[in-house]
Design a protein around this ligand. Sequence first.
Ligand code: ZN
Length: 616
Amino acid sequence: MSTLSSPLLYQVLLTDLPGHRLTIRLTIPQPAPDGQQLRLPAWIPGSYLIRDFARQIETLQATANGQVLPVSKLDKQTWEIAPHAGPIEVEYVVYAWDLSVRAAHVDETHAFLNGTSTFLEVLGQADRICELELLAPDAHSPAANWTVHTSLPEAQGHPRQAARRSFGVYRAPNYDALIDHPIEMGTPQWVCFDACGAEHELVFTGKIPNLDLERVRRDVQRLCEAQIRFFEPETARAPFLDSSDRYVFMTMVTGDGYGGLEHRASTALMCARHDLPVIGQDALSDGYQNFLGLVSHEYFHTWNVKRIKPAAFAPYQLDQESRTRLLWVFEGFTSYYDDLFLLRAGLIDEAQYGKILCKTIGNVHQGPGRFKQSVADSSFDTWTRFYKQDENSPNALVSYYSKGSLVALGLDLLIRQKSAQRHSLDTVMRALWQRHGRDFYLGRAQGIAEDAMPALILETTGVDAADFIARHAEGIEDVPLQTLWENAGYTLSWKTASELPDLGVRVQKQEPSLRLATVYEGGPAHRAGLSALDTVVALDGLRVTASNWDSLLGRYRGGETVEIHVFRRDELRRFTLQLAPPALSVCELRPASEAARFPLTSVSVSAPAESAIHSL
Ligand code: ZN
């Protein structure tokens, strides 16, 4: 009966690096007697768009004892192998040339792969142990000297067990875990550090001359320690130890990349080369601050969304869209805390943090779409709206990231004020962690119900936030930050970004021409008849280019009327437009008095609210 517990074996062969192809050999010891079905996910958790990864499987063949078995395709992502008693082997080829954190990317310099686009699920056997063998390339292969970086644990006791950072066999307890540990192989720059006793690894792929790896190591270590101590003030236990003995940051560095995707014990990041610090340069550039913010964001997800989850993601339905109205909690709260932890870890000061906050407030307030869609609706519809944006999106939708982070800020200020500083949003985050997150992978915690937040906040802090959530998260009202900051001893005010009159557009400078990227609904350009994607060629009879636009526009004042010529498709059109005064688009945050203390720096670690004690 030993085969009952036989693991599934996935072998990865680096067969065609120049052609960006991986061969996967899957051994199924006990296929379903009435025909074994295999399926690849349609999407990757954390990125809510149907991507149909199965379209990159070029060929698939099943055999048993060298005999070919018939295979039929049931839908876009599911195969069925004819019934066979006894072990079967499936071999398939995956095309892997997606330069992003979401799929797989392979060439002679490296291989990055996500399990969601590489490893077929053996339907009905999702709970079976999965062994993953990364086959060592031969000595002539460009991959011969590669190292392997992943949070997937090595298969202890297996005869071909991988040594640390090497080819060989790794092991996942089930399919869900197998596809949540991406793998980077190549010759990256890497460094390890310890945070609260847990091992962390920073891996940078791509050419990065004079990368100040030591500085990055130091800064990221501070961030990790601050977050671990925040969620576990007593034990300082790292969250990923339920899945791996290390956490891996794998970063792909390109000319202009940006993005990240969270996993249970690792994250895949992309950043621009110029965002990373150079040895000998100590200033905190905007780019490096952004990179640290991204690191902070993805690391915070280790708690919030990888373990504290909406019920809709526990478990994930990977063959189709999976909807929740709560992404404003999982992405919004994470976006709020990512920058806040730069401050709490001492990487930026209060003035720098205030600037980041004001930039977010300014961005959110620019989009008229926030009066049409709530962050809860934006969460629900993200698959077809937020993830499928176009030129009209600022008019039609709201970001559950940026407005979600303002909802978090508003809740934080509200709870601090109403609980007389005894509680804050921190209390809520820690309660979410204790009840829903800490034991999630131990099978002893459940996802959060769609309507759970108001009761949870009331119970843990004693503050009734039901009306706030109804108006600002479920509803479309702006978060009343002016009043909330005023109550906290700070003044929030608005000023103009420049002296330029306002057209109500966002322009895109594509040398040498100037294009209207967005025409804001109700603004001067909209009223005049201009459209997004129009190419502006003249202002009052003077030729417009990307480089002279600001200086030409700067000769006019709000209230004046101008003539604008544009090309729409290849047809010349003329519009008459009345300019508006410069918009108040930039916000400023200042202490109202000398004595005012910045409220968000302090981390509340007080006991649960009294009402919570009574309810026990
Ligand atoms: Zn996120």
